[in-house]
Design a protein around this ligand. Structure first.
Ligand code: SF4
Length: 232
């Protein structure tokens, strides 16, 4: 088997495993606990798949991403509902009242300026993700798959891309992007298998909705589509 075939097999298995896992977690009777654990496993699976792929096909240069590097956290981010619900649950469980209130204000301001904008319009504004704190992701452990998939191999290119409002590209370690995407597709397929709609949700709009609704995970499980206004 060639390296390319091995990489493809690893990525395909991750998608299939995630599809089965998502469908199993969302079978009736449904619970928010099982939903959130499934979302957390999806994130772990994406990380593990990226590691497995890197063992076979290492990046051409070391991955440049790390704490205190905020350049890509100014673009429009989308995620599935379970991923967003996991971020909201993490905030509810680990942030104190003052920090949550400050986040609500920040989210409201940024959402007011960005709701409905496409990737290019959002890049021109170059507003930071409201979850960016002191140059690092404040929800790093539960950041969405789309954030995990972006692995730059050139920090200077990231700085140039940031300065150009993302007009300049960034060389990514493509297999990591594919791994995160594959797990995302598997997650979505599991949702479809269990009767849920596929929703690609814009993160800031979803946070604005979710931070004002402590029952949002249960509401989503009941099929009430609470993120309709955040769909991209
Ligand atoms: S969720 Fe975290 S990693 Fe993703 S854009 Fe926001 S701050 Fe950056």
């Amino acid at each position: 088997m060639t390296i390319a075939m091995t990489v493809a097999a690893i990525i395909e298995k991750a998608a299939l495993d995630q599809r089965r896992d998502s469908a199993r977690a969302l079978r009736k009777p449904r619970s928010t606990g099982r939903l959130l654990k499934m979302a957390a496993r999806a994130l772990e699976r994406a990380d593990q798949t990226a590691q497995d792929v890197a063992a076979v096909l290492p990046p051409p240069q070391p991955i440049a991403c790390g704490p205190g590097c905020p350049y890509c956290c100014h673009i429009r981010v989308t995620a599935s509902a379970p991923e967003v619900l996991l971020v909201l649950s993490h905030i509810a469980q680990t942030w104190d009242e003052a920090a949550t209130l400050a986040l609500k204000r920040k989210v409201k301001n940024i959402d007011g300026l960005t709701r409905g904008l496409n990737d290019d319009e959002r890049a021109k504004l170059r507003l930071p993700c409201p979850l960016l704190k002191d140059g690092s992701c404040a929800v790093h452990a539960v950041r969405p798959l789309s954030c995990r998939g972006l692995a730059s191999v050139d920090l200077n290119a990231c700085k140039t891309a940031y300065a150009s409002h993302m007009a300049e590209g960034v060389p990514l370690y493509e297999p990591q992007y594919q791994a995160a995407n594959a797990v995302g597709y598997g997650l979505y397929a599991g949702l479809v298998d269990t009767g849920f709609a596929v929703e690609n949700i814009e993160l800031v709009a979803a946070l604005a909705i979710g931070l004002e609704n402590s029952d949002i995970a249960a509401s989503w499980l009941r099929g009430e589509n609470p993120f309709t206004r955040a769909q991209s």
